[in-house]
Design a protein around this ligand. Structure first.
Ligand code: IDP
Ligand code: MG
Length: 150
C-alpha cells in the first residue's frame, strides 16, 4: 500500500488547525502510519527543501519551517500520494480550489499550512528522512474492505 509524507507546518499548529486537517485525511480513508510533533532543525529543513535551494523564497521558507512546531505524518492508502495532493490543493492558498485544505484555510503562498510528497519516489525519500522505521506502525483498519472496495 502506498505511503506519503505530510507535514502540518508551524502556521497550522499555531492556528490550531491540526485536528481539522487530520480529520480530512481520516475521512477520506487514508490510514495513519506515523505521527510526531517536531521542532525542525535548520539541517532537516535544508534536507527536506533541498530542491528549492537558490530560489528567491528559499531562505524565508526555511526560517518559517524552523519557527515553530511541525506535525509530521505518514499516511497510507490507495494512491496515497496523489490523493493527499488533491486534498491539499494548489500551492498558493489564494488560488487553491474551495474544498481543498489550502483553498479552505490558507491565503498565503508560503504559509500554506501543509506539505505533501509530490511523487512516490519522493515520498519514500521523505518518509525515510523524517521517520525511523520503528516509528511507523502497520495495522489493518477493521473497515479496510469497505474503504478499499473491489
Ligand atoms: P508545494 O508545497 O505545493 O509542493 P512547492 O513548489 O514544492 O509547493 O514549494 C514548497 C513550499 O515553498 C510551498 O509549500 C510554500 O510554503 C513555499 N513556496 C513555494 N513557492 C513560493 C513562493 O513563490 N513564495 C513564497 N513561498 C513559496
Ligand atoms: Mg513541493
Amino acid at each position: 500500500m502506498e505511503r506519503t509524507l505530510i507535514l502540518l507546518k508551524p502556521d497550522c499548529v499555531h492556528r490550531r488547525l491540526v485536528g481539522s486537517i487530520v480529520h480530512r485525511f481520516e475521512q477520506k480513508g487514508l490510514r495513519l502510519a506515523g505521527m510526531k510533533l517536531v521542532q525542525v532543525s535548520r539541517g532537516l529543513a535544508e534536507q527536506h527543501y533541498a530542491v528549492h535551494k537558490g530560489k528567491p523564497f528559499y531562505e524565508s521558507l526555511l526560517k518559517f519551517i524552523v519557527s515553530g512546531p511541525t506535525l509530521a505524518l505518514v499516511l497510507e492508502g490507495r494512491e496515497a500520494v496523489a490523493v493527499a495532493r488533491h486534498l491539499i490543493g494548489a500551492t498558493d492558498g489564494a488560488k487553491a480550489a474551495p474544498g481543498t485544505i489550502r483553498g479552505d484555510f490558507a491565503l498565503s503562498v508560503q504559509n500554506n499550512l501543509i506539505h505533501g510528497s509530490d511523487s512516490t519516489d519522493n515520498a519514500a525519500t521523505e518518509v525515510a528522512l523524517w521517520f525511523k522505521p520503528e516509528e511507523l506502525v502497520t495495522f489493518q483498519p477493521v473497515d479496510s474492505p469497505w474503504i478499499v472496495g473491489g
